[in-house]
Design a protein around this ligand. Structure first.
Ligand code: PLP
Length: 235
């Protein structure tokens, strides 16, 4: 177990990392002639322990991303009352049997990839009297193991959502590892513009400055903020 001294040092390391990320966001935004207020920092809290989450909350962070519905409930359900201004993003694949719980917990679902999900999310929003913001995840590098709609099918899925007044606010993607991320960020921006979508969730610890240069409106940062994760969840 981590002792209280370790936790104090975690808090000061966290503060330093947060400050550095905010400085980098400001620099990248200025370079791209963008406003920092147009770039949302989504703190990715998957696999973290309670003291790490509490540290982030104590430093004023309120926007968090989670990969899995059950883990997100464990992290956040009991913290909602204390932090009514929390904003939770689902950034992992959404299984059909978890949609009811996802709609109950999350404010933003970034990983919509099918018409069936749109129907189920819309149904749950009506039943639970909830309104969410949704993003379509695009499989931007056409990788068989990755989630997201194929680029060729994006126009059809976006049209399906529009025809139902379903709120799609933007696109989300994870570029292939090892490839120059900027190419993929630029492509995602072009795809979003073609669909009339303004928001772009792209950029993680390793590539968020490039994502900001290419127009990211949300960056999803885990490791650079919280330190190395203990275990990587399988999606
Ligand atoms: C884990 C995860 C992140 C954060 O990744 P880091 O490299 O730790 O910043 C961002 N987006 C998604 C979809 C993730 O699963």
């Amino acid at each position: 177990m981590t002792g209280s001294v370790d936790r104090d040092s975690y808090a000061s390391e966290f503060a330093a990392r947060l400050q550095q990320i905010r400085a980098q966001i400001a620099l990248s935004a200025r370079t791209a002639h963008r406003s920092v207020t147009d770039i949302e920092l989504v703190a990715v809290s998957k696999t973290l322990e309670d003291y790490q989450i509490d540290t982030a909350l104590q430093h004023g962070l309120r926007v968090f991303g989670e990969n899995r519905v059950a883990e997100a409930e464990a992290h956040w359900a009991h913290r909602r009352a204390q932090y009514p201004d929390l904003k939770l993003h689902l950034i992992g694949p959404l299984q059909s049997n978890k949609i009811k719980r996802a709609v109950a917990l999350f404010d933003v679902i970034e990983t919509v990839e099918s018409a069936a999900q749109i129907d189920e999310i819309a149904g749950q929003c009506a039943r639970q009297n909830r309104s969410l913001s949704c993003f379509i995840q695009v499989n931007i590098g056409a990788e068989p193991q990755k989630s997201g709609v194929a680029i060729a099918h994006l126009p059809r899925l976006a049209a399906y959502a529009r025809a139902r007044d379903f709120p799609i606010d933007g696109l989300m993607a994870i570029p292939p590892q090892g490839a120059p991320a900027g190419l993929y960020f630029g492509l995602l921006k072009k795809l979003a513009a073609r669909e009339g979508l303004e928001r772009l969730s792209m950029g993680m610890s390793n590539d968020y400055p490039a994502a900001i240069a290419f127009g990211a409106t949300a960056i999803r940062i885990g490791t650079a903020l919280f330190g190395e994760r203990k275990q990587i969840p399988t999606p």
